[in-house]
Design a protein around this ligand. Structure first.
Ligand code: FES
Length: 158
């Protein structure tokens, strides 16, 4: 019963957002962005409802949702760590930082810790190229990293 009302609420919210854009297919990206913002990610149910409203295939919605890195199809952790994978940071030792973060958190890149505290992701250049390796934690920028420093920084977010 409770689950049913929850799905009805989601269906209503999706319809409201789609209506705002007159359910126009060319507004799909804006619709998905808004729903991603609302729920933190795009669940299968949300994507199914968007498909219904826009008269599209769920696979088309899924294709767009997985193409853009600012859209999530899985729930994210409270803190999102984004390690720069672009060439300057790569040459400056990004892989050592990646290994240290994976060991520290017990997850791989693309995953979220079971307690929901951290997600590990790669990002492209964040503008700190001459001070790499660099990473973002949420909106905070960290650079000149070494493995120990990266782990110490992450610990402050626990
Ligand atoms: S290459 Fe990593 S910040 Fe630019």
């Amino acid at each position: 019963m409770k689950l049913e009302s929850q799905t009805q609420n989601i269906a209503r919210a999706v319809k409201r957002v789609c209506d705002e854009y007159h359910s126009r297919r060319e507004k799909l990206l804006q619709i998905l962005e808004e729903l991603n913002e609302l729920y933190g990610y795009l669940s299968e149910y949300v994507m199914k409802e968007v498909a219904k409203n826009l008269d599209m295939q769920v696979s088309e919605i899924y294709g767009v949702a997985t193409f853009y890195s600012f859209l999530n199809t899985k729930p994210k952790g409270k803190n999102i760590i984004r390690l720069c994978q672009t060439v300057s940071c790569e040459l400056a030792g990004k892989q050592r930082i990646a290994n240290a973060l994976e060991n520290e958190l017990g997850i791989r890149f693309g995953e979220t810790t079971p307690d929901g505290m951290f997600s590990l992701e790669y990002t492209n250049c964040i503008g700190m190229c001459n001070q790499g390796p660099a990473m973002l934690i949420n909106d905070d920028v960290y650079y000149n990293l070494d493995p120990e420093k990266a782990v110490d920084i992450v610990e402050k977010y626990h």
